[in-house]
Design a protein. Structure first.
Length: 219
């Protein structure tokens, strides 16, 4: 009996060991399958992996499109920005100043009827004659003086030896006319020619100057 019992227990033990081996093999197989699935999920390809976001995809595609896989440089992007001054209208050039208007106070009379500018004298013909130019008064200039604007050519007007003549500076001192003789006047003109002092005058019936008075203003 004892030997038969041992013989029966032997095959049972073998069957239990074979079953345990099958269970262990199945467990190892399941473990290997789970390990493969876990690696796939970690890599983003398994069933549990979440899909990549659109922004990440767009970012990676734009990065890969640059040469060598590098992202576009900031200098290239900034070069496309328009300059702040580009296309700005240029300042209009300053307008030139208009020329100064001409004198509006000039006399409309080309020649004053009784005023002359005395320049020189001549004793030709046995009689003193004044060398004069006719004209009219112009506009006041700097200093308050008013020029006598002469017109035409020089002309000769005889003067009487006993003409009534009045003169002041620069022929005489002072600003008030004082009487002088024809000889005194011609002597001053000889040493001061072409001064153009202005005189009003009157003539007698023969056309000879018998009244001569120096004007307040001179050229």
């Amino acid at each position: 009996m004892g030997g038969r019992g041992k013989a029966v227990q032997g095959p049972r033990r073998l069957r239990r060991q074979a079953a345990a081996a099958l269970v262990l093999c199945g467990a190892l197989t399941l473990t290997a399958c789970k390990g493969d699935g876990g690696d796939a999920g970690a890599a983003g390809t398994g069933p549990g992996a979440s899909p990549a976001s659109p922004s990440a995809t767009a970012s990676s595609s734009s990065s890969s499109s640059a040469p060598g896989g590098a992202a576009p440089s900031s200098s290239a992007a900034s070069s496309k920005k328009p300059s702040p001054t580009a296309g700005a209208p240029t300042a209009a050039p300053a307008k030139p100043k208009p020329p100064a208007p001409g004198p509006a106070c000039a006399s409309t009379d080309a020649v004053s009827p009784n005023e002359i500018a005395v320049h020189r004298y001549t004793p030709e013909g046995g009689q003193y004659s004044l060398i004069v130019k006719h004209g009219h008064w112009g506009c006041p200039v700097a200093g308050g003086t008013t020029p006598f604007v002469t017109v035409g050519e020089e002309t000769y007007i005889p003067i009487a030896e006993d003409a009534k003549i009045g003169a002041h500076a620069p022929i005489l001192s002072g600003s008030t006319n004082k009487p002088i003789t024809t000889h005194e006047l011609t002597s001053w003109l000889e040493t001061h020619p072409n001064k153009g002092l202005v005189f009003h005058y009157g003539v007698n019936k023969a056309g000879v100057i018998d009244i001569l008075g120096q004007e307040e203003y001179s050229a």
